[in-house]
Unconditional design. Structure first.
Length: 108
């Protein structure tokens, strides 16, 4: 089988398409939440095929277990517990923990 193209140009195009897919997922969520989750699946597949990382701000907008688009209060629950931000996906009940930074909320 032919090797897939992974030139810097294709990786740049892939990053742009991933950003567009996430913006479309956010725009369509209120009317079609299933479609927004499908956009996330497509974006993840593009990233895996091109072997690129999804940016941190976009990475925290989807569930790594079920590829559901996460919107606080609608498809996810966000809590602060023991110095961590705990994001629970309401579709699959998977929890992700992110450390709460020292500059976020701690008065110094």
């Amino acid at each position: 089988m032919k090797e897939r193209s992974r030139t810097p140009q294709t990786k740049k195009i892939a990053r742009e398409r991933i950003a567009v897919l996430f913006s479309q997922a956010e725009a369509r969520f209120s009317t079609q939440p299933e479609l927004s989750s499908r956009y996330v699946e497509i974006a993840r597949r593009i990233a895996m095929r091109q072997r690129i990382r999804i940016d941190r701000d976009l990475r925290r907008q989807f569930c790594r277990n079920c590829s559901s688009f996460l919107v606080p209060g609608r498809t996810s629950r966000v809590r602060i517990c023991d110095g961590n931000v705990v994001v629970t996906c309401l579709a699959c009940k998977k929890k992700r923990r992110y450390p709460l930074g020292r500059d976020a909320g701690h008065g110094q």
